[in-house]
Design a protein around this ligand. Structure first.
Ligand SMILES: Nc1ncnc2c1ncn2[C@@H]1O[C@H](COP(=O)(O)OP(=O)(O)O)[C@@H](O)[C@H]1O
Ligand SMILES: [Mg+2]
Length: 442
């Protein structure tokens, strides 16, 4: 902006000062012309003196010569500059007259020449002289004014530019500081969102990011403390049983019983750690599934087969209604894992001699798998938390039966990775509905 301003001012200044210099020179020429006109009318001693007298009052000077260059009359004393110029310029090619000296910067005078023509013959010349200081004063005055205005504009421009850039950069600097705070782990970020533009949008996004981060930190802490708690309990049991088992006076039969318990506890701990690991992998998105079109019925029968010991101990009845040829788009291992987890729950938590019904239906683009039991179900207010990690209705009973509270969380993750949905509701018992994509859209 400064460069543009300076260039414009330079052009303007040159034009105006040139115009003023031309004005002075033209004025001098026309003054010489009018003296010449008077002399052409009456070229005698009296008129010559009259012209010289008129000019002696003005700041300009006049010198009148004959056609040979001899001085006839002058309004002031003649110096060498006058004489040299008169010697050099004896005639003007134009009747209007010419400028014979315009170097106002170096010469003491600027000068013009107007020829006196009577009856078509040159009778003499009127030389007009004006001190160069007049022009010099003019240009100095002009340049002073220009410099003043230029400095003023420069200052105003700087103030405007600085204020504008402050206005724009201030919120950006605030955002930078706040995001730095975020990356240092502080989440008490609060940016004002009153800007009605992209800055406002950015501020809102940063605020939301801070809130999300705060929530995630809280969730992580809660989860870690729950896990610590979950691990502490079985470890206390383990230590207790190990202590008793290693006592001398413990009978061989009891020792075997305690060792059996220790083995079971260790197994359930291992399961829990495996499940946690699986969930961690799902969170990191490094959990790879290999989905393919596969028949549903064999997978469900296989899952039932795997849970046969549990079915036998609970004297349970498992009914399966599934169209023979129906297919789902799934990773078969993960699909079986989902069915096993749900069937396992239905067998464990629905009382004595449970009766479970697995129903598979074909919908438009989905396959709906419903697993019902006839047990007590889950209190209505707990339904929303059923799929949360480490959620268990009856902590001690579930733990005794090897429950970790991670099964349904894993089910939900697997179903969602496949693009499906899982819901729970009470219907004579608990009813879990999984809608699974029929064809590959992954
Ligand atoms: N069919 C069911 N009937 C009653 N309660 C259930 C049923 N399925 C799950 N639950 C409750 O939900 C909790 C969470 O289940 P889950 O995530 O599989 O964990 P886990 O079986 O390891 O305890 C269980 O502890 C149990 O309290
Ligand atoms: Mg379970």
């Amino acid at each position: 902006m400064t460069i543009i301003e300076f260039s414009l001012f330079f052009v303007l200044y040159t034009n105006i000062s040139n115009y003023q210099i031309d004005e002075v020179l033209d004025g001098l020429l026309s003054r010489g012309g009018s003296h010449r006109d008077v002399l052409e009318k009456k070229f005698d001693e009296a008129t010559l003196n009259h012209v010289a007298l008129m000019e002696s009052e003005a700041i300009t000077d006049v010198v009148i010569t004959d056609e040979q260059g001899n001085i006839l009359s002058s309004s002031s004393s003649i110096d060498s500059f006058h004489r040299e110029l008169i010697q050099e310029y004896r005639t003007s090619p134009k009747y209007k007259g010419i400028i014979v000296e315009e170097q106002w910067k170096t010469s003491p005078y600027v000068a013009t020449l107007s020829p006196i023509m009577i009856n078509g013959e040159l009778q003499g010349n009127v030389y007009m002289f004006s001190p160069s200081s007049i022009i010099r004063d003019l240009t100095t005055h002009l340049s002073r004014q220009f410099i003043f205005v230029m400095v003023l504009i420069l200052v105003v421009t700087m103030i405007v530019v600085f204020t504008l850039s402050k206005l724009v950069t201030k919120p950006l600097i605030r955002m930078k500081e706040e995001t730095e705070k975020l990356s240092n782990g502080e989440t008490n970020v609060e940016l004002s969102e009153h800007y009605n533009d992209e800055l406002g949008v950015l501020a809102r996004s940063i605020n939301r990011l801070a809130e999300d981060l705060e929530r995630m930190k809280q969730e992580r802490n809660d989860f870690l403390s729950s896990i610590a708690h979950e691990l502490r309990t079985p470890l206390t049991y383990l230590k207790g049983y190990a202590d008793i088992a290693s006592r001398e006076q413990t009978s061989e039969e009891n020792r075997r019983k305690y060792l059996e318990i220790i083995k079971e506890e260790t197994e359930s701990l291992t399961t829990m750690i495996q499940q946690l690991f699986q969930l961690a992998k799902m969170d990191e998105n490094t959990f790879a599934i290999q989905p393919e079109s596969c028949k549903v019925k064999p997978l469900i029968l296989d899952a039932k087969q795997k849970l046969y010991p549990l079915i036998k101990t609970h004297v349970a009845e498992v009914r399966i209604d599934c169209p023979e040829e129906l297919e789902v788009y799934a990773d078969p291992i993960r699909f079986k894992q989902v069915i096993m987890n749900l069937l396992d729950n239905a067998l464990r938590y629905s009382g004595r001699h449970p009766s479970v019904w697995i129903q598979v239906q074909k919908l438009h683009m989905k396959v709906l798998i419903t697993i019902r039991d006839e047990g007590p179900g889950v209190p209505e207010e707990s339904i929303p938390y059923l799929f949360d990690r480490l959620f268990r209705l009856d902590k001690s009973r579930s733990r005794n039966s090897g429950g970790t509270g991670l099964g349904l969380a894993i089910v939900k993750e697997i179903v969602e990775i496949h693009g499906g949905k899982v819901e729970a509701k009470n219907q004579n018992g608990l009813c879990i509905q999984v809608s699974w994509p029929k064809e590959g859209s992954l």
